[in-house]
Design a protein around this ligand. Sequence first.
Ligand code: AMP
Length: 285
Amino acid sequence: MRSFRPNKIASKMIVAYHRSELPRLNGSIGFVPTMGALHEGHASLIRTSVSRGHQTVVSIYVNPTQFAPNEDFTKYPRTLEADLQTARECGAHVVYVPSSEEIYPRPDISVSLSGSLSERWEASVRPTHFSGVATVVLKLLNIVRADEAFFGQKDLQQCQVIETMIDLLFLNTKMVVCPTVREADGLAMSSRNRYLTDTQREIAPRLHEALVGCELNIKSDMHVERALEIASAKLIEVGFNIDYFSMVELPSMEPRLSVTNLNSKLALITAAALGNTRLLDNVVW
Ligand code: AMP
C-alpha cells in the first residue's frame, strides 16, 4: 500500500519504518507524535523540540484505534512525501513511520480510562477515542524513550489525558504543551481543515472569534452562563452544529459557571461541526 518509501532524503534525517531501524541517539531526545498531513501547528512542535537542543523524533502514524467505525480513518489525509520534507525543513533528526502490524500485532492490551476526563466533552461524543490515543501514545513513548514529548494545546483534553497517563503510569517522559498555531484569520490549524468547502472555510474562523468574544465578556464581569449563551447563539446562527461550548477549570476540566474563588486556570473549550467537519478550539487564561 505504501508506494513512497525512501529511507534517505536530501539531508541526514533518517526515516525508520520499523522500530528496529531507529538509530541510537546521543544526548537528549525530543518526540513529536503526529498522524501526518503536517501543517504549521505540527511544524511548531518540531521546531520547539529542536530549539530545546533535542535530537528530535517525529512519528507519523494514523492510529486506527482512536477512530470510531463511522469516522474518517480511511479518508484521513496521508501525505508522506510532503511530511518528510516538512520534518526535514524543521530540523527533525528521525521520522518514524510504523505500520499497524508493528504497533498492533495483537489486540490483547490497551489503556482504559475512567473518571470524568474520559467521559466528558470529546469523550462524550467519541467514547473510545481517548483509550485509542492513550494506547498509541504509551506504545510510542515506550519505543522512543524521549526526555520530552511535545503536544498542541489545540487538543486540550488530549493533553490532560496524556499528562494524567504520564503521571499515573510513572512514565519517564516530560510533557510539553505548545500554543495553538492559527491561520491569519484565527482558525486553528488542523489536518481536517482541508475537508471544509470554500463557504465553510469562510465561516470557520467564527469559532475562534466566539471564544475570544466570550472570554472578553466573562472578563468584563458578564455572567458566565449569559456569555456562553451569546457565543453559542452566534455560532448556531452562522451554521455551526455545536457539540459543546463550555468554561472549565484546569487541569480537571470540570465545568465552571463562575470565576469567583478560583486559583486555577480557566479555559473555554468548544467542538462544533460545519457540515461533516468537526472543529475543536479553546482559549486558556
Ligand atoms: P495530529 O496529527 O492531529 O494527531 O496532531 C499531532 C500533534 O500536533 C498533537 O499534539 C496536536 O495537538 C498538535 N497540533 C495539531 N494542530 C495544532 C495546531 N494548530 N497548533 C499546535 N499544535 C497542533
